[in-house]
Design a protein around this ligand. Structure first.
Ligand code: C5P
Length: 245
């Protein structure tokens, strides 16, 4: 694999720093840099370290996705989004189920920050989805519908399972980011994730970014796990004839 392709593959991987300790997160960042250059602060680390954790990780380099999955009334979400915008985060998100007004308020507050709509969590399977929300349509159709609404509200993309990339490309097209957690190499445990694919399958289906936590951070050798995943992403990109995005 060429160096360019290896870099493109590495850029597609966002490592989830799910830990309650800022020092542990910084250790992981240190260990994985420069193999990985994009990281994610989620609820656990944000509850533990707030914007100080965000700033410390930003200082260590790389792009930062702050994954708080905001979901509240439009005014409150806009206020939180302004704080994240001022912190200079690369990417953040709100729940699509919060509705049009909420997504629009977040968009207006966020300036240049990439804003994604979280569709249906990858830990939810079809049976749980149907029983809990009593929604008759399939998860795939709901994700497609919410992606369309998110695009209409000016969002840059969605978070969904790699299993739903096709419907998003059909409804919204190629110029819309699809960021997919629920990534499990064959050698990793699924844990609480339900709608999963391997890294290769996610790229083959057209994901732009893969969010990967435990398969890397809980591995005996996180650096080796990241390298193995990035190599497989590179092979899939090569198979799709992609070497520059
Ligand atoms: O450890 P694992 O690879 O399952 O981590 C996935 C990460 O992606 C977690 O930080 C989780 O909060 C996040 N996420 C998710 N499903 C979504 C949105 C975000 O798993 N729909």
């Amino acid at each position: 694999m060429s160096d360019v392709l290896a870099d493109v593959a590495a850029d597609r991987v966002i490592v989830a720093l799910d830990t309650p300790k800022v020092e542990s997160a910084l250790k992981i960042v240190d260990r994985l840099t420069p193999t990985v250059s994009r990281f994610k602060v989620g609820l656990e680390l944000f509850c533990a370290g707030g914007l100080q954790a965000v700033s410390a990780i930003q200082k260590s380099g790389g792009e930062l996705f702050v994954d708080l999955k905001l979901h509240d009334i439009p005014n409150t979400v806009a206020g939180a989004a302004r704080v994240l915008n001022n912190a200079g985060v690369w990417m953040t998100n709100v729940h699509a189920s919060g509705g049009r007004d909420m997504m629009t308020a977040a968009r207006e507050a966020l300036g240049e920050t990439i804003l994604l709509a979280v569709t249906v969590l990858t830990s939810i399977d079809q049976q749980t989805f149907s029983e809990h929300w009593q929604i008759q349509e399939s998860i795939v159709d709901t994700v497609g519908r919410w992606a369309e609404t998110a695009a209409e509200c000016g969002l840059d993309g969605v978070v969904c399972s790699p299993q739903e990339v096709e419907i998003i490309r059909q409804t919204v097209g190629d110029d819309f980011l699809v960021v997919t957690p629920g990534i499990r190499p064959k050698w990793a445990a699924a844990g609480d994730q339900r709608r999963i694919t391997t890294p290769q399958q996610a790229i083959e289906r057209g994901s732009d970014y893969l969010v990967i936590g435990r398969p890397i951070t809980q591995a005996d050798n996180p650096q080796a796990a990241a390298e193995k995943i990035i190599a497989s992403v590179g092979t899939s990109l090569e198979g799709r004839g992609i070497d520059d995005r």
